[in-house]
Ligand binder design. Structure first.
Ligand code: KG4
Ligand code: ZN
Length: 347
């Protein structure tokens, strides 16, 4: 039995969790900064780091309520990739705790963490992805398909050549005048919209790579066309000229196209690599239409392909996924030196 205290602070959330055996979440606390960043329409790195600094120790204390340090076997922390100031606060807290409490420290990659959210299943801990599996990672910073042959053996078989899909959701939200964070706002109004109202182009990209910047621009051009202005019109004022139903139709049409782009590639990759499971991971995996589309695609394949779609709270940034990843890493790798842990913002 191994209990890991995990810390995630790579972006705008300071999250701490205690995870048993990489699967069971015993305690978790998340301090979200959504209310702060809403005021600016996005994450301001300096503000995020300062807020982490203010809440870090209180969040650790809160998560440890009812637990003793004697019962904690290891500490895990996100060390890459992310905002540099945000990563610094989380890793410094983790390194200090590891030294003071004399616990082994594991450095976790945020993206690998997102994938391992699929191993968290408090209701049925036996049901976990089997190798080889594919992971479709869709977040604000990443869009990629990873082929896992083992816990420490994976390959990225495709990735976005420009924007991440979450970034496209966020940018389209801005064009449509929807509040931060953009993904959930777009998804919400899309429910009332007609996804067939606007035909948006799907990019042609080689292999399992993706491109989302053209789709975002296609939405922009279509909105400009719809309200009768040219490309010189300030995009920040466009939404004031849209009716609510046009806005909802644009949101629905964009969402449908983005989902189709993702599903087509991941289904083709699952066929080629003959995997046993597909994992859906990252913030955009919280998107209901994407979740449903993947379930439909699996059904129509008629193969013994299992899907692992984490609970919504474990799709967006959280510490439980870092605790899960650390457990499986720890089985195959030594801990890191807490006095010498670097952070790698862009790796
Ligand atoms: O994984 P995450 O929490 O942070 C990163 O590591 O980037 O992902 C955040 C991204 C944002 O772009 C956000 O707009 C998007 O996930 N997102 C969604 C939904 N919930 C969050 N996108 C579409 N539909 C959602 N329901
Ligand atoms: Zn993330």
């Amino acid at each position: 039995m191994m209990k890991v205290l995990a810390i995630e602070s790579s972006c705008d959330e300071f999250a701490v969790a205690i995870v048993k055996d990489g699967r069971f979440v015993l305690s978790e606390v998340v301090n979200s900064q959504i209310d702060i960043h809403k005021m600016y329409g996005g994450v301001i790195p300096e503000v995020a780091a300062r807020s982490h600094l203010e809440v870090a120790l209180a969040v650790v204390d809160e998560c440890m309520k009812g637990f003793s340090w004697d019962g904690i076997d290891a500490i895990a922390v996100t060390a890459r990739p992310g905002l540099i100031g945000s990563l610094m606060i989380g890793t410094l807290v983790a390194r200090t705790l590891a030294i003071l409490k004399k616990k082994p420290l594991y450095a976790v990659d945020h993206i690998e963490g997102h994938v391992y959210a699929a191993f968290l299943n408090s209701e049925n801990g036996c049901n976990v992805p089997q190798f080889p599996f594919l992971a479709l990672v869709v977040s604000g910073g990443h869009t990629q398909i990873m082929l896992f042959r083992g816990h420490s053996d994976y390959e990225i078989i495709g990735r976005t050549i420009d924007d991440a899909v979450g970034e496209a959701f966020d940018k389209v939200a801005k064009i449509l005048g929807l509040p931060y964070p953009g993904g959930p706002s777009v998804a919400k109004v899309a429910k009332n919209g007609n996804a067939e109202a606007y035909k948006l182009p799907k990019p042609r990209v080689d292999g399992y790579n993706f491109s989302f910047s053209g789709l975002k621009t296609a939405v922009l051009r279509a909105v400009q066309h719809e309200v009768g202005v040219d490309h010189t019109f300030p995009s920040s004022s466009l939404s004031t000229r849209l009716t609510a139903s046009q806005r909802d139709d644009f949101a629905a049409s964009f969402q449908k196209t983005a989902v189709e782009i993702l599903i087509e590639k991941v289904v083709a990759a699952a066929d080629e690599y003959e995997v046993k499971s597909i994992v859906l991971a990252g913030g955009v995996a919280a998107n209901e239409e994407l979740r449903k589309a993947l379930i439909r695609a699996r059904k129509s394949q008629g193969k013994q392909l299992k899907l692992f779609i984490p609970k919504i709270k474990w799709c967006t940034d959280n510490a439980a996924m870092i605790g899960a990843r650390a457990y499986f890493l720890a089985k195959e790798n030594p801990p890191v030196d807490p006095r010498d842990l670097g952070i790698y913002p862009t790796k």
